[in-house]
Design a binder for this molecule. Structure first.
Ligand SMILES: Nc1ncnc2c1ncn2[C@@H]1O[C@H](COP(=O)(O)OP(=O)(O)OP(=O)(O)O)[C@@H](O)[C@H]1O
Length: 264
């Protein structure tokens, strides 16, 4: 029988989201969402358009005041943390639609670093060295010296990922980071993220592709109409089957996944 590392307390809890609710403009967006993010885990957040994925990530990041519940880091309420402390815990790669600034690639990436510095501190030589190192790790060194408007959508996405990664936070929240990447680059990116995450960091990543979620997720959260519909874990042994069943329940039998024929 599978011995659950969570129940035995072997895998440390990094973030506990407890009964998180969110209202925006008097509209209920998220309702009583609870889950835990464990150290070293990659958790995929699935859900249809408008299900609340971005709102959940932003709520965890304190972009919005919660209308109920808490986000706890190692038992500490994140609402009580100072900005610098918060930036050491969470980094965020936003959805591309939200990113409109234009600047040099290296200035964009180094801005991720400065989130951890005091307000008036300027990036130093070692910060730009870190930029070079991330450009290299993500195989986008050729973008150095270019402006954001001069590069492709997929390249821009990688630049914004470098910006999130350079922050070196413990929990990386990523909103649809693969949208503009071609299939090959999606897999290269996911492998790289897995490697970077190691045993110490945790990742919560929203996406629409259930196949990618299954291929790389240790866990899958399914959001539906602002509520947590399902929480699947690979240790349970049949994550694929469970995901198939959940999608069938939510979207009907015409949904084009078939676990038996391995088409998901
Ligand atoms: N700032 C806001 N003010 C009011 N309502 C908002 C705001 N941001 C999002 N919403 C609403 O909250 C709901 C959830 O939106 P959200 O962007 O979180 O969904 P999502 O699951 O990320 O969708 P997608 O997959 O399309 O990116 C939607 O109905 C949206 O219209």
């Amino acid at each position: 029988m599978f011995a659950c590392a969570f129940c035995e307390g072997k895998i440390a809890i990094m973030i506990r989201v407890r009964q998180l609710s969110l209202c925006l403009q008097k509209q209920k967006i998220l309702e009583s969402i609870s889950f835990t993010l464990h150290k070293g885990r990659m958790v995929m957040l699935l859900g249809e358009n408008g299900a609340g994925k971005t709102s959940l990530l932003k709520s965890m990041l304190r972009y919005y005041p919660l209308s109920g519940g808490q986000v706890l880091y190692c038992g500490i309420d994140c609402a009580a943390l100072r900005d610098k402390e918060h930036a050491a815990i969470f980094s965020y790669a936003a959805q591309m639609k939200e990113l409109v600034e234009d600047m040099l690639v290296e200035d964009c990436i180094v801005a991720g670093r400065t989130r951890c510095l005091s307000v008036l501190a300027m990036p130093k030589k070692q910060d730009y060295e870190a930029v070079d190192s991330w450009l290299k790790k993500l195989n986008i060194e050729h973008l150095k010296g270019k402006y954001l408007h001069e590069i492709s959508g997929g390249e821009l996405q990688l630049v914004y990922l470098a910006k999130a990664l350079i922050q070196d936070a413990q929990v990386m929240l990523m909103d649809e980071p693969c949208t503009y990447l071609d299939i090959h680059k999606q897999h290269v990116f996911m492998e790289k993220i897995k490697e970077l995450k190691g045993e110490e960091k945790s990742i919560l990543m929203s996406m629409h592709d259930p196949r990618l979620a299954l291929a790389y997720g240790d866990e899958i959260l399914i959001l539906h109409e602002g509520s947590l519909y399902a929480h699947l874990r690979k240790e349970d042994g049949n994550m694929k089957e469970q995901l198939y069943e959940a999608y069938k329940e939510l979207y009907g039998s015409s949904f084009a996944v078939d676990t038996k024929e391995d088409r998901i």
